[in-house]
Design a protein around this ligand. Structure first.
Ligand code: VJV
Ligand code: CA
Ligand code: ZN
Length: 406
């Protein structure tokens, strides 16, 4: 008996629709909606659904998505599939969004940075429209529960797609559900703080609100040259000096914490708690949106940080202690079993539960995903071992102190 209990003094709502699980970005594309299936397996296996209101998400409407996105882009997303892509590219109002081709482009880009080439960041795949409007609907449903005071913490692990722009897909993100959510929150709350612990910079959200003093955006991310070839880590923005659009009322309402590879738990905790704590104190938000991208975990296929599921969860607990209405979203995360571990653990933290470290493997449909030395020995918080690729820690404590003081 695991003994899951309801949280005391607050309510948590969980928003999900299993239809997102059938989606495939492509055979070797790093984004795997399957990680959401594994997360669901752990959440249900531990019995956390007894501690929350669970809501089956419904698709967002085109009109809702138009609150931020370009109407032509929304029409395109609603109609696009591998079958319709070529003919849609011929439609003049879509064709005008095809970027000019550079000589060394490896993939053919169509309108809005979408592509049917196998190596593309934002491929066109079967069922894509359904998937996009569904993860967006889940975020908007979660937001609605908050704005109508029916919950205190709302969770959507299928959302958090922070790179999407007004008329452009980017970095595996097509619809910016975060921006849409914040626009809804602003109808009810005077000020919204957005916090982003995905290893990538939350550029789409920052850009959308760069002129807006009622939204503060705060992203922690890997920043700088990627390797000896001097490629920048995606998306290449989010310098310490970027603080919102200069000369507008939004100036000073964006914060960026650029981090080198290999950061450890102690350093991350130091940065996160000092900077977030001071942002909350100074900005006095009335609600918080927390993007919990799990690609900041050690051992992630794309990320380059060394933080544990425990420290990742500490960030959620820290934000929760503010006691403010809170929307918790997913985001990146490319080592599926660890994504599921982190997000299940964080679902438990949101509901004031402490889970036993041994996963109830008899109650999980795919126990082999979490078993064996390479898969974490059936533990919720497996320690790093020789199967975890470690990134050399390039962060000097003095650099971190400098950022905190600034
Ligand atoms: O670094 C990039 C851009 C390129 C051009 C496009 N090629 C495919 C990759 C290099 C410069 N893109 C990043 C995007 C990361 C998006 C992160 C999203 C989030 O976690 O922040 C939120 C959900 C990138 N890194 C790695 C890849 N793309 C990548 C893309 C692939 C791939 C392998 C790696 C796409 C298809 C396939 N393999 C088959
Ligand atoms: Ca981030
Ligand atoms: Zn990411």
């Amino acid at each position: 008996e695991i003994g899951i209990t309801k949280p005391k003094g607050h309510k948590v709502s969980f928003h999900y629709n299993s239809r997102v699980e059938d989606m495939h970005f492509g055979k070797t594309h790093p984004m795997k909606p399957w990680r959401l299936t594994l997360t669901k397996h752990l959440v249900l296996g531990y019995g956390l659904h007894y501690a929350m209101d669970t809501h089956e998400a419904v698709s967002a409407g085109k009109d809702q998505v138009r609150a931020f996105h370009d109407p032509d882009y929304v029409d395109f997303l609603a109609q696009v599939s591998p079958q319709t892509f070529a003919s849609l590219c011929e439609v003049p109002r879509f064709a005008q969004h095809i970027p000019p081709k550079h000589e060394n482009d490896t993939v053919d880009l169509g309108p809005f940075n979408l592509s049917t080439s196998p190596g593309a960041d934002c491929p066109v795949f079967d069922g894509m429209s359904t998937y996009l409007f569904l993860y967006t609907g889940a975020t908007l449903g979660a937001t609605q529960q908050l704005t109508s005071n029916q919950t205190d913490i709302a969770i959507n692990w299928s959302g958090g797609l922070h790179h999407a722009h007004r008329a452009e897909a980017s970095g595996f993100c097509y619809i910016n559900d975060i921006v849409l959510s914040i626009l809804d929150l602003l109808r009810v709350y005077p000020r919204v703080l957005y916090i982003d612990i995905d290893v990538h910079h939350g550029d789409g959200v920052e850009e959308a609100f760069q002129r807006q003093p009622r939204v503060m955006t705060l992203s922690y991310h890997r920043y700088g040259p990627y390797d000896e070839t001097q490629h920048k880590f995606f998306p290449g923005t989010g310098d310490l000096a970027d603080v919102g659009l200069k000369g507008t009322v939004g100036e000073h309402f964006a914060l960026n914490v650029p981090i080198a590879s290999g950061i450890n738990d102690g350093q991350y905790k130091y940065l996160f708690e000092n900077v977030t704590g001071r942002a909350i104190e100074a900005f006095k938000p009335s609600a918080i949106v927390l993007q919990c991208g799990a690609d900041s975990l050690g051992g992630d296929r794309l990320g380059q940080f060394n933080i544990s599921t425990t420290q990742h969860g500490e960030c959620v607990s820290f934000v929760k202690r503010s006691g403010l209405p809170l929307l918790i979203l997913g985001g990146g995360g490319y080592t599926a079993r660890n994504v599921a571990r982190a997000w299940c653990h964080e679902t438990a933290l949101a509901t004031d539960n402490t889970l036993p470290d041994s996963i109830p493997l008899d109650l999980v449909p795919r126990p082999e995903a979490f078993q064996g030395r390479a898969h974490g020995d059936g533990k919720l918080h497996p320690p790093f071992n020789k199967n975890t690729p470690v990134h050399n820690n390039q962060n000097k404590d003095v650099d971190l102190e400098y950022m905190v003081k600034k």
